[in-house]
Design a protein around this ligand. Sequence first.
Ligand code: PHE
Length: 343
Amino acid sequence: MTLKDQFEQLKKDAEAELAFLKDEKTWEHVRTEYLGRKGKLADLMKELKSAAEQEKPFLGEMANRAKRELTDAFEKARRNVTGKRNEHAAFDVTLPGATFSTGHEHPLTTMQSEVADIFRSLNFSVVEGVELEDEWHNFEALNIPSTHPARDIQDTFFVKGDAGEKGRRVMRTHTSNMQIRVMETYTPPIRAVVIGRVFRNEATDASHQHSFHQVEGFVVDEHISIANLVHTLQAMLSGVFQKQVTVRLRPSYFPFVEPGFELDFACVNCNGRGCSVCKRSGWVEMLGCGMIHPNVFKAVGYPRGTYTGFAFGMGLERLAMMRYGIDDIRHFLGGDIRFLQQF
Ligand code: PHE
């Protein structure tokens, strides 16, 4: 066998042995046998000396390569063996398990499904609705005349394009558009809640964003009264805050309700004693509501004087901020993982 073949053979032998290694101890043993000072490789190297002078550079290079390859093969085998050993070692049940983290719901999503569940338990249907709206559904049918300041370019995002039969296209400024769309489609009794995104061309600060979410609820039937409104909202807030919540109404104005109210609830943080959350007043302003205006029923073609109903609209972010103690609305869309990981 030529010296070259002997080197080849050595490599093959070593590889064959390495393939069957089971533990680090045998690995060490085999390594000494091949790579040790008095090992097989060293023996072969010695024979280089007696090779013909003109062959020496070539053989030397080959020997060095064989040594490199062998060393690599042993290193690889060692990694295999140590890995294998862990795999087959006695299983220590007291070791902590391998943990991996998965993502989780955004706090707004959680809030949204909780609110939806509460309303479902009160027998409401949950609907979503359109975000790109026309002026008629967003304003006109809700008794908001074209002269109303809410229509102002300052507040409303108008979408480019020609005005249609129902006016220009707008990004809905509130979820109240869905009062109209639902009432257009269904006849009472209606119990519906809409949770979705709304858009306002406003400057951003700790409590304002150009897009946010509203929860809109409305009930239409014969003999619906303010008492039904109060009870429903109290039940909803008690569900969200997991305790009995006290509410109060203050007169307010929205074109699509009459009478219209602002609903406050007794601060859940201090139980009405006064704290920083309720600005020491003991009450927190929560939402706008009222009894649906007859002009709204007229717009959707309901017969006159047959139905009454209530409606309310509130900010989902505001609710989540109260619930989780979040101080800045911009966190929700900020995408900061440190914020999100807290939920
Ligand atoms: N749409 C009103 C708003 O965006 C809230 C509201 C809804 C008020 C329903 C009364 C009844 O501010």
